[in-house]
Ligand binder design. Structure first.
Ligand code: ADP
Ligand code: MG
Length: 679
């Protein structure tokens, strides 16, 4: 019974009407269960009243007293309402800027309870905008009071009230989905008890709560990781029971001859790992990691070639339409050399799309390139044998499961240029085998990166001029700001104009994502032919472009990019025999932190170090760019802080699935259910 209640919508709670429910939903809180895991950011100590005389400057405390004076004061221009409040032994001043109306109903002589931070002023301790605890609201005091994450349009007090009601009604006697054995082994309290204790602490020690290590907090953090790890473990166990396609691998020698270069040792090694998987009658589920420019594409295409020679088709998926188009353009040549028939399918294609679908369906296309929509709807492959997913980290993990739900078990090769720090790797790819390309193709020159300030723009132009003077070409990049593509294009357009006047003797072209594919193709072609000196672009060129003669890149507003993104971008240069440069232009208004970040990228070309720094600075959601996919959006857990708990949860989840591969026993009904609901 209770489990049903817990999974019911927040709108079923007292005091949660449509408006509030919607605001909660905007924050990702849909069910009562979600609400339980919306854990406090911090706690205020409101356990007892502090006599005014014992207050220390800087202290945040609960006090009570009598209103001795109530008046408006006007230092300078603003209205301030001041209340003098006294108890037997002392007086403090409470002040509100702008004299809010709700204060005017208080009268001299009334009793009042305040919670605020006190600081030393000229005559006495004062506090600005303290919280007033009204008569009838005693539930807000006498305890460690939770402070919840901000939710747009709902006051702290309201959130407290809602959560408290939910806890009062449902936490008691809640069925616990976590097997008792695990709970005991890890020293975790029962679910209902943990929820009560997190939201209305009475046994927890404030110092534990502060660092989120009270047993109750650990329990809820554990849960979030556990559910995710369980999903991964089940996924893996399902895959191990599945029948895959065993492919034959022969005559790669001939294929190697058709390539324009020799594979590096690293490429050969990971290729062997991949091919070994593809021979097995189990579906491959492998992640190929390699820094930008390390040559993942050719490895993937050789795997594709093997699948095609065995009579299967390949789906090649990129996270966005634009990236899919670029992939298509940049793989055309290699694919042709390898005798593979590629096609592009994106939602922007109009009626041509039907034709492509038909040909895929009839088996006339070997490799279909597109977004992940490829496996979701409408496309019916003749015989799909291999799925290649580029920039895997931008997809949610569980999407891989969709393939199987469609009743096919192709081999899956995921690729990422973002080296994933270990903790994240476990979280996101816990069910994957991993291969790493740790070597760049020969002849790459390290890229010299330098940070410039806006006021040094002319120096940047001077370097640019010199480089172009030597016959090289340049990229000039504008940051992608989500939701503001228009502004960005405007900026880039504007910049192209400016450059045309600064470099009036040079050819300058602009390229951006709103241009039709053939137009972009034309510009890229011209750049490749050296008919263009400076290519101004939005972040369109993030991947897939390969022009050895382009040796300098200027990144405008560099402070707006993530480190890993800059690292990827600059991988566009340094591809030929000439030494290359990447110049970062930071705007006037960059913060210190942004400056610190940019120095890191100046100093190191190690993608792994950069990724770790990035992760530490921006947090996993931003870092991975996975906000939309719903991953890494833990409510209470934090990958960095809680790495220990993550590995505990992981051990338990995988060992549980080892012994109960399908969680079939009725003990796990609730667990299965939870897992379904949250995935
Ligand atoms: P990424 O790993 O970033 O996807 P790509 O697959 O786009 O890298 O490869 C980057 C460039 O390096 C491409 O132009 C590709 O043709 C080239 N390349 C790949 N492997 C080798 C190699 N072994 N020797 C020389 N060039 C290579
Ligand atoms: Mg690539």
């Amino acid at each position: 019974m209770e489990d049903i209640v817990v999974l019911s919508p927040v709108s079923s709670l007292k005091g949660v009407g449509n408006v509030i429910a919607e605001r909660l939903q905007n924050r990702g809180v849909h069910t009562v269960y979600d609400l339980f895991y919306l854990t406090p950011r911090s706690y205020q100590d409101r356990r007892k009243f502090i006599p005014i005389r014992d207050l220390r400057p800087g202290e945040t405390a609960l006090i009570k007293g009598t209103i001795l004076e109530l008046r408006k004061v006007r230092p300078r221009y603003r209205d301030i309402l001041e209340m003098l409040i006294g108890d037997e032994r002392g007086i403090i001043s409470a002040r509100w800027m702008g004299a809010p109306r709700y204060l005017f109903r208080f009268r001299k002589g009334e009793k009042i309870i305040l919670f605020g931070q006190f600081r030393m002023a000229a005559k006495r301790l004062e506090t600005y905008h303290p919280e007033i605890i009204e008569v009838g609201h005693e539930w807000e005091i006498g305890r460690l009071t939770p402070v919840y994450p901000e939710i747009d349009g709902i006051s702290q007090r309201r959130v407290r009230r809602i959560v408290m009601d939910a806890v009062d009604r449902f936490a008691h006697g809640l069925k616990d989905p976590l097997p008792a054995k695990i709970r005991e082994a890890r020293g975790l309290p029962e679910l209902g008890q943990a929820i009560r204790e997190v939201h209305l602490p009475c046994q927890s020690r404030p110092e534990d709560l502060r660092i989120r290590r009270s047993p109750a907090q650990r329990r809820l953090i554990f849960d979030e990781f556990f559910v995710l790890q369980l999903a991964l473990a089940l996924e893996r166990s399902k895959a191990a029971r599945e029948r895959g396609i065993s492919l034959e691998v022969q005559a790669l020698k001939g294929l190697y001859w058709s390539l324009p270069f020799r594979l590096t040792g690293s490429q050969t090694r990971v290729l062997q790992e991949i091919l070994r998987d593809m021979r097995k009658p189990l579906p491959m589920n492998r992640l190929l990691q390699g820094d930008v420019g390390s040559g993942k594409t050719v490895v993937a295409l050789i795997a594709a070639w093997v699948a095609v020679r065995n009579g299967y088709q390949v789906a090649f998926m990129a996270p966005t339409q634009l990236l899919a188009e670029q992939h298509y353009l940049s793989t055309l040549e290699l694919a042709r050399r390898m005798n593979l028939k590629p096609a592009l399918l994106t939602s922007g294609m109009g009626p041509d799309a039907d034709d492509v679908r038909d040909r895929v369906n009839h088996g006339d296309i070997d490799i279909l390139i597109g977004t992940h929509a490829l496996i979701q709807e409408s496309v019916r492959f003749h015989r799909l044998g291999l799925v290649i997913i580029d920039e895997q980290h931008r997809f949610g993990v569980l999407q891989r499961g969709r393939l199987r739900q469609k009743g096919i078990s192709p081999h899956v090769l995921s690729m990422t240029a973002t080296p994933i720090p270990r903790t994240l790797g476990l979280t996101l790819y816990g069910d994957l085998d991993i291969s790493v390309i740790d070597e760049l193709p020969p002849g790459r020159k390290p890229i010299q990166t330098r940070l410039f300030h806006e006021r040094d723009r002319s120096k940047v132009y001077a370097i640019l001029r010199e480089e172009i003077g030597m016959g090289r070409q340049a990229y000039m990049v504008y940051p992608l700001i989500e939701e503001s593509e228009k502004i960005e294009i405007k900026d880039a357009t504007h910049m192209a104009e400016e450059l045309r006047s600064v470099f009036s003797d040079r050819t300058i072209a602009l390229i951006h994502g709103r241009m039709p594919l053939d137009q972009r193709e034309g510009i890229m072609g011209a750049f490749k032919e050296r008919a263009i000196d400076i290519l101004v672009s939005t972040t369109v060129i993030e991947v897939g472009i390969d022009i050895p003669n382009a040796t300098i890149m200027v990144i405008e507003n560099a402070e707006r990019f993530g480190l890993s993104q800059i690292h990827q971008l600059r991988g566009r240069v340094g591809r030929g025999v000439h030494p290359s440069k990447c110049l970062l232009l930071a705007s006037y208004r960059k913060t210190n932190e942004a400056g610190r970040r940019l120095r890191i990228i100046e100093k190191t070309t190690d993608g792994f170090r950069i990724a770790e720094e990035d992760l530490a600075i921006r947090g996993p959601g931003e870092f991975l760019g996975v906000r939309q996919s719903g991953f890494c959006q833990f409510r209470t857990a934090n990958l960095m802080r809680d790495a220990r708990i993550l590995s505990e949860a992981r051990e338990e989840a995988f060992s549980l699935v080892d012994t109960h591969p399908r969680l079939a026993h009725s003990t796990y009904n609730l667990l299965r259910r939870m897992f379904r609901e949250s995935s």
